[in-house]
Design a protein around this ligand. Structure first.
Ligand SMILES: Cc1ncc(COP(=O)(O)O)c(C=O)c1O
Length: 325
């Protein structure tokens, strides 16, 4: 379905709009409403409340730069996807790792949240999201939530930072990042979204235009089609669910423990030993997880299994783990 929409829009020799087509912004606003219960301010207004991005990794890495931060600190989760730190370092900023609002806001220019989280699949509870909203607004610091696994809740339904139960009726100071990579298996299309506070989205969008960070027209057409169709997302979700159940059972059968992992695409596994000892053990079985230390010092005793491998690879891992149990 994405491929058909992409091909049908193939005759696109002109520059695409950084803002996104009206059709795409309308489809994105509809998706946010339908799937996440988020009502955007006018997505077609002069200050856009949603714009497309070239996947979400570039946006995450460039966010401090796009917001014009040149000094100070970026807050990132205690155990975090590395690109938040990369973006801070790129802009010459310091990083502070915390999962709760700090007492001292001095120098903090941006807060990143990630729920469901990579690598541990943890969902940030509503009361913590609300605490960050209140903290950000009290200190005039933008809070941006990376929600690229938002449609992949298993034991817990993830809540968007922009949901009215968290943000109230206006999105001042708040933005959310979404991606089609996982839910539509479209990582190769590079298709993401930034939404929320129209003033902040406008600031980011205006810089993106001048940097030439434009989502190609055919990809915008494919995104429009994907965001209007829940069936393929639900079908993919069931594939992930099956992999998760098979893999989790095999991991537990070895005596290892799975922490968090209530949502998203990862299993956060520990044998209560240094992650490199677990990596060694798994490498001996022909299985390569990500060592938890890649994601920060607090990840030192975990490894991350990804559900993004194909069914055949997951089943091979399950057999090897079962044989080692
Ligand atoms: C937390 C998180 N954010 C962002 C991304 C980037 O995804 P993409 O650039 O494909 O949208 C990933 C990819 O794995 C991720 O785990």
């Amino acid at each position: 379905m994405l491929r058909t929409a992409l091909a049908a829009a193939g005759d696109s020799p002109g520059y695409p709009m950084a803002l996104g087509t009206r059709e795409l912004r309308t489809a994105a606003a509809g998706w946010l409403q339908r799937r996440l219960g988020v009502t955007l301010a006018d997505p077609l207004g002069a200050d856009p409340s949603v714009v497309p991005t070239i996947g979400s990794k570039e946006l995450v890495a460039l966010m401090p730069t796009l917001l014009g931060l040149h000094e100070g600190t970026v807050v990132i989760p205690e155990v975090a996807y590395p690109t938040y730190e990369v973006g801070a370092v790129l802009a010459g900023l310091a990083v502070r790792r915390t999962d709760t609002p700090p007492d001292d806001a001095a120098g903090i220019g941006l807060v990143w949240l990630n729920s469901p989280g990579n690598p541990h699949g943890r969902v940030v509870p509503d009361e913590t999201l609300r605490a960050w909203v209140a903290w950000g607004r009290a200190h005039g610091v933008p809070v941006v939530s990376d929600e690229c696994y938002a449609t992949l809740g298993w034991d817990v339904q993830p809540r968007s930072l922009l949901h009215p139960a968290v943000a109230g009726d206006d999105h001042t100071g708040l933005m959310a990042v979404h991606s089609l990579s996982k839910q539509s298996t479209a990582a190769g299309y590079r298709a993401g979204l930034l939404s929320g506070d129209p003033a902040l989205v406008r600031r980011v969008w205006e810089v993106r235009r001048h940097l030439g960070l434009l989502v190609p027209g055919p990809v915008q057409a494919a995104m429009t089609a994907a965001l209007a169709d829940d069936a393929h997302v639900d079908a993919q979700r069931e594939r992930y669910r099956g992999r998760r159940e098979r893999l989790a059972a095999a991991i537990r059968a070895t005596g290892a423990r799975i922490d968090h992992s209530e949502a998203g695409l990862y299993l956060w596994v520990t044998r209560d030993e240094d992650c490199w000892a677990t990596v060694d053990w798994l490498a001996g079985l022909g299985i390569v997880p990500a060592p938890g230390s890649f994601y920060g010092p607090a990840g030192q005793r975990h490894v991350r299994f990804a559900l993004t491998a194909g069914d055949e690879r997951i089943d091979a891992a399950v057999t090897r783990l079962r044989n080692a149990s």
